[in-house]
Design a protein around this ligand. Structure first.
Ligand code: TYD
Ligand code: MG
Length: 454
C-alpha cells in the first residue's frame, strides 16, 4: 500500500508526501506541517466487493416549504442570516481576534434565548466566570443561556446530545480537539475534524451550530477552505481597529442571499445595531472638500453611502507610495493606469493614499468612478460639485459602465440630502428621484467637464 501523505498545507489543506517550503497547490510559503492522517480508512478494494444499502432517490418537483426560521430580534443579525436562524444548520463566524465575535455571539445567544430557544455557549478560550462577567457588563446576566468552558469535542457532543438545545455556540473552532486525531488543536487536521463532527452532529440532531473561527493574518480562517465548504453559512465580522463600527458580512449562505451586511457599533455596553449606516459612514460633512467623493453603493439588498478620501502628494522616494484602506490596492492601480493612459493624467512621482471613511471595506466595482473622482479631485485640488454622489464602473478603455440598482442608489442619496448624481451615461432609472443627473460616457469626458482638463 502506498505510504499515506502526512504533510498538510495549513492554508489550503492539500496533502503532500514530503515537507517543502512552498505548497504546490496554493503557492503559500512555510505553510506545510506534518500531521497524522485522520485514519487510514478501509482498503480501497473493499468498495468493489462489499455492497451498500443504496440510496433513496426523490424528485425535484416535490414542493418544499421554506425552512422555518427563528429571528433573534437583532435585525442586523437576522438580515445577514437571510431572515433568521435555520434549525439544523451550521454557521461559521470568522474575524480578527478582538474584533467582537464573542461579544456578538453572547448577545445573539441571549436574544435567541428570549425568543424561547435553548442555547448553550461553549467557550474554549475563556473561563465561565469571565463570560458571566461579560454578560453582566452587557446587561445580559439574567438571560437563559447555559455556559461551559470545554475544548474536548467528545465531552461537548455528549452534553449537546443529552441537553438537546436548539442552538449551540462553539467559541472557537481552533481551540477544539478531537481525541481521534493526533495533531495539536488549531492544526488543519483538528479544525477539519472538529468542524466535520460538529456540522454532521447539527444535521443529525436538528441543532443549529455556530462556530467561531479566528482569521489568520492573511485574512483566512485557519484551515479556511475546508471549514467554509462544510458549513451552510459563512459570516465575516470585519472592522478597522480604532473605529467603533463593525460589519457582519455574509460571504456564503445556503439559505439566503450572500453579500448581505449588518452594521454594528462597539459601545461600552456591547454591540449596538446601526439602522442607518449611510448617515454613520458619511459623518459630518459641511463644505465640499477636495479629495472627497461620496459613493452611492449597494451592500447586499440595501443602499449604503460612504465617502472615499484621497490624498495625492509629491513623493520624496523613487518609488511612489500607493496606500489604501477599505479598497483593493490592485483595483487602485488599475484606475491610476486608466487615468494615465486614457485621460493623460499622470500620477508618477506622486504618493497616493486612498481611504474609505468609517472603516467600511468596499468591494463593488461600481465604486471605480468614486475612486477616480476622489483621486482627480485631490490631484487637481478642486472639490466635486456640492451635494453630489458618484457611482459607475470603469473599463480598461476608459468607458463608464452602468451599475445595477441605479434607482435604489439615487433614492438613498436623495433621502440623505444629496442633489446631484455623477453616473455613467447608460445608467438610466425610471425616476431620478429628484436628483440632477450628470451622465458621462467615458472618464475623459468627466475629467474635461468637472476638472477642465484631459
Ligand atoms: P471579543 O468579543 O472578545 O472579541 P473576539 O471574540 O472577536 O476575539 O471583543 C473584545 C473587544 O471588544 C475588546 O477589545 C473590548 C471590546 N468590548 C467593548 O468595547 N465593549 C464591550 O461591551 C465588550 C464586551 C467588549
Ligand atoms: Mg473571543
Amino acid at each position: 500500500m502506498a505510504k499515506l501523505p502526512s504533510f498538510v498545507c495549513q492554508s489550503c489543506g492539500a496533502a503532500h508526501s514530503k515537507w517543502s517550503g512552498r505548497c504546490d497547490a496554493c503557492g503559500a510559503w512555510n505553510s506545510i506541517v506534518e500531521e497524522t492522517p485522520l485514519s487510514a480508512g478501509p482498503p480501497s478494494k473493499s468498495l468493489g466487493t462489499k455492497r451498500g444499502r443504496g440510496m433513496a432517490l426523490t424528485d425535484l418537483s416535490r414542493d418544499e416549504p421554506p425552512p422555518p426560521r427563528t429571528t433573534s430580534g437583532i435585525a442586523e443579525l437576522d438580515r445577514v442570516l437571510g431572515g433568521g436562524l435555520v434549525p439544523a444548520s451550521a454557521v461559521l463566524v470568522g474575524g480578527d481576534p478582538g474584533i467582537g465575535k464573542s461579544t456578538l455571539l453572547l448577545q445573539a445567544a441571549a436574544s435567541f434565548a428570549t425568543q424561547g430557544l435553548g442555547c448553550i455557549y461553549v467557550s474554549g478560550e475563556e473561563a465561565s466566570a469571565q463570560i458571566r462577567m461579560r454578560a453582566q457588563r452587557l446587561g445580559l446576566g439574567q438571560a437563559q443561556v447555559r455556559l461551559a468552558a470545554e475544548t474536548n469535542l467528545r465531552e461537548i457532543l455528549t452534553t449537546l446530545e443529552a441537553e438537546k438545545p436548539q442552538l449551540a455556540i462553539i467559541d472557537s473552532i481552533q481551540t477544539m480537539w478531537s481525541d481521534g486525531v493526533d495533531s495539536a488543536p488549531g492544526s488543519v487536521a483538528q479544525v477539519r475534524a472538529a468542524a466535520h463532527e460538529l456540522t454532521t452532529f447539527a444535521k443529525r440532531h436538528g441543532i443549529a451550530v455556530v462556530l467561531v473561527g479566528h482569521v489568520t493574518k492573511e485574512g483566512q480562517i485557519a484551515g479556511p477552505r475546508v471549514v467554509e465548504h462544510m458549513v451552510d453559512t459563512v459570516l465575516y465580522f470585519e472592522g478597522e481597529r480604532g473605529h467603533q463600527f463593525r460589519i457582519l458580512r455574509a460571504v456564503k449562505n445556503r439559505f439566503g442571499p450572500a453579500d448581505e451586511i449588518g452594521v454594528f457599533e462597539m459601545t461600552g455596553g456591547g454591540l449596538a445595531e446601526v439602522a442607518n449606516p449611510s448617515a454613520l459612514f458619511l459623518g459630518d460633512r459641511e463644505t465640499p472638500q477636495p479629495g472627497a467623493a461620496v459613493f452611492a453603493g449597494i451592500e447586499g439588498s440595501r443602499p449604503v453611502l460612504c465617502e472615499f478620501q484621497a490624498l495625492v502628494a509629491p513623493t520624496p522616494h523613487s518609488q511612489p507610495r500607493r496606500q489604501t484602506v477599505g479598497w483593493d490596492g490592485g483595483r487602485l492601480a488599475m484606475i491610476l493606469a486608466v487615468l494615465e493612459a486614457r485621460c493623460a493624467i499622470p500620477f508618477s512621482g506622486l504618493d497616493v493614499y486612498l481611504n474609505v471613511a468609517g472603516g467600511l471595506r468596499v468591494r463593488e466595482p461600481a465604486a471605480d468612478l468614486a475612486v477616480a473622482a476622489a483621486l482627480l479631485s485631490a490631484r487637481e485640488d478642486i472639490a466635486l460639485p456640492a451635494q453630489s454622489v458618484v457611482f459607475g464602473e470603469i473599463s480598461l478603455s476608459g468607458q463608464l459602465r452602468p451599475a445595477g440598482q441605479t434607482e435604489n442608489r439615487l433614492k438613498e442619496a436623495a433621502k440623505l440630502g444629496f442633489s446631484t448624481a455623477i453616473a455613467p451615461a447608460q445608467s438610466k432609472a425610471p425616476s431620478s428621484e429628484g436628483m440632477a443627473m450628470r451622465h458621462y460616457s467615458d472618464l475623459a469626458a468627466l475629467v474635461g467637464d468637472i476638472f477642465g482638463a484631459g
